[in-house]
Design a binder for this molecule. Structure first.
Ligand SMILES: *Cc1c(COP(=O)(O)O)cnc(C)c1O
Length: 375
């Protein structure tokens, strides 16, 4: 028996006629950069997210980076970011020339601890990144409140949150600008690299449209030193086909998440995800915590169960950022990096497979004799 972490190929198989038709449509159109397919996806995705504008770009990192640029963030500026973020979240700030200022997450939700944000604000702070880690929305209302009081922007990293809702409204335009990745393994995934920015602000949308295309609105006239970061029309066509399935696929993820929560509750060997009352997560990742995470991971693998770690090394401990923070900084991010384990979850996983993971997990944790974790 083998239970893969995620079966992305199954998404293609389920939508094969539609995706093949999308390929064919783009191939026959003779239009291979930007054009109507990209525009159609932008309109449909903006509509799905409840945002006024969507701009397709080449990746999630670019979506974040161009958002920073469009907000005028650059050298000398600071941007508040969770200490347990994915590296791309930090890199986007660094790429814009600004400095990431890490704030620890809440140890129960894994999203930025809103009570620690104000202490990190200085006269150089320009923005707060609200990262919706694992697909669970960050607590946006207090973050937006702090931003408003201090005159800061809120950039959402929604790369894991396609279809998630915060106070009954989909992620897409709560903050000033929202960055998306359509990396193949995301809840809405392309068949290559792709990304987008959504916003209700027409000026920001226009700036990002210009930045993604050499800093040009009118061909051969360059207003700013821009980039080449356009959403590929082939990817846009595939994403249009997959967008129709997003709600159904997210519902299957949510069903698996409730099975996990139901069958694993009361197992005090590990800590289960905590969901805020006001949120419906996209369940991009279902992470549990265990003191002997690496042993647990190997034991599961011996039973054919593939797991992943999101993420094993926090950004401040990466060589890329070496020398900027003292050893022992950001203990919660470090603790999470040592203890989190992402269980298999995805729209093409069967209910039986989820139940198997639970029973194997229960039996192998018994043999690990881990101390009981605090909840
Ligand atoms: C995937 C991801 C990104 C980056 O997306 P790419 O498309 O791979 O550049 C950024 N932030 C988070 C949280 C992600 O999960």
């Amino acid at each position: 028996m083998r239970i893969p972490f995620l079966n992305i190929h199954a998404a293609y198989v389920e939508l094969q006629p539609q995706i093949n038709a999308a390929f064919e449509r783009v191939a026959q159109s003779g239009s291979y950069v930007l054009g109507s397919e990209v525009e159609a996806f932008e309109a449909e995705f903006a509509d799905y997210c409840g945002a006024s504008h969507a701009v397709g770009v080449a990746s999630g990192l670019d979506a974040l980076h161009l958002s920073m640029r469009a907000l005028g963030i650059g050298p000398g500026d600071e941007v508040i970011v969770p200490s347990n973020a994915y590296i791309a979240t930090w890199l986007s700030i660094t790429r814009a020339g600004a400095r990431p200022v890490p704030v620890e997450p809440n140890a129960a939700t894994y999203n930025i601890d809103v009570d620690l944000i104000e202490a990190a604000i200085t006269s150089r702070t320009k923005a707060i990144v609200a990262l919706h880690l694992y697909g669970q929305p960050a607590d946006l209302d207090p973050i937006l409140g702090i931003a408003k009081r201090h005159g800061l922007y809120v950039v959402e990293d929604a790369a894991q949150a396609h279809g998630a809702t915060y106070r009954e409204r989909r992620i897409g335009a709560h903050g000033h600008v929202v960055a998306w990745s359509f990396y193949p393994s995301k809840n809405l995934g392309a068949m290559g690299d792709a990304g987008a920015v959504t916003t209700d602000d027409p000026t920001l949308a226009e700036k990002i449209r210009i930045l993604r295309n050499y800093g040009s609105k009118v061909r051969y006239l360059n207003e700013v030193c821009g980039f080449n970061s356009r959403l590929d029309p082939m990817q846009a066509a595939i994403l249009r086909a997959k967008l129709h399935k997003l709600n159904e696929w997210n519902a299957r993820r949510a069903a698996h998440a409730s099975t996990y929560l139901r069958l694993l509750q009361g197992e005090n060997q590990f800590v289960l995800p905590r969901v805020l009352e006001c949120c419906a997560p996209a369940w991009h990742i279902f992470a549990v915590r265990h003191h002997k995470r690496d042993e647990l991971r190997s034991a599961l693998l011996e039973h054919g169960i593939e797991t992943l770690i999101h993420y094993p090394v926090p950004p401040h401990r990466q060589d890329a950022y070496r020398g900027e923070w003292e050893a022992g900084s950001f203990p919660i991010a470090s603790m999470l990096a040592d203890e989190v384990l992402s269980l298999p979850i995805g729209p093409h996983m069967t209910n039986d497979a989820v139940e198997t993971v639970c029973s194997v997990l229960k039996s192998v944790t018994k043999s690990l004799h881990s101390p009981v974790l605090e909840k």
